[in-house]
Design a protein around this ligand. Structure first.
Ligand SMILES: Nc1ncnc2c1ncn2[C@@H]1O[C@H](COP(=O)(O)OP(=O)(O)OP(=O)(O)O)[C@@H](O)[C@H]1O
Ligand SMILES: [Mg+2]
Length: 181
């Protein structure tokens, strides 16, 4: 018999659940986790990705695209900051690595996307945040921190911000539990 959360994921208690840790042993597993999330996303949702170069943020976003039914190849928007893909909902894939001042998001017109018709997945999200100020994408988001282990090992640490983040976190915890159950 398998546990409600499966053997593979650790989550704090459901109603108050704000954390979920899921190990990934391969790039394909990371894409699969992204695809599970992609299946849950609704208009206006925001996903914040953090982790060092090569941690797996773009791989995860490729999975989100798969879960959203994006057929085009999702690749890194490092040089353009934003790439947009058509799917069940538009996918706005940001990479803020080259943003030097979070205010640039507003002046370059990118902030409009966060309230747009699609979902925003934001690599290097910390480059768009200022301590103590409301984030340009508003008060709800799902945060994902990627920690590198040995070789292809990664730990994906999900945390919820606001009610929108909790909805996604709960849905993802259920989806991960179902797939191993
Ligand atoms: N478990 C894993 N999950 C994700 N990627 C993995 C994993 N194991 C190995 N990899 C490899 O790590 C690399 C992750 O690259 P990716 O472009 O997704 O990183 P990134 O976090 O987006 O980096 P950057 O900050 O440069 O944008 C790929 O080459 C992928 O094949
Ligand atoms: Mg990347």
């Amino acid at each position: 018999m398998s546990s409600a959360r499966g053997d593979n994921a650790r989550s704090s208690a459901s109603a108050e659940s704000i954390h979920l840790d899921v190990p990934s042993e391969s790039v394909e597993r990371t894409r699969r986790l992204g695809a599970l999330l992609g299946g849950l996303l609704a208009r206006g949702d925001v996903v914040l990705l953090h982790g060092e170069l090569g941690a797996g943020k773009t791989a995860f976003t490729q999975g989100v695209g798969r879960g959203l039914g994006v057929t085009a190849t999702v690749n890194s928007p490092t040089f353009t900051i934003l790439k947009e893909y058509a799917g069940r909902l538009p996918l706005y894939h940001f990479d803020l690595y080259r943003i030097e001042d979070p205010g640039e998001l507003e002046t370059l017109g990118f902030a409009d996307y966060f309230a747009g018709d699609g979902v925003s997945v934001i690599e290097w999200a910390e480059c768009g945040e200022v301590d103590g100020e409301e984030a340009p994408w508003g008060p709800d988001a799902l945060r994902v921190r990627f920690e590198r282990g040995a070789d292809t090992g990664r730990l994906l640490h999900f945390s919820a911000i606001g009610s929108g983040g909790r909805r996604l976190l709960g849905g993802l915890a259920d989806a991960v539990a179902r797939e191993v159950g």
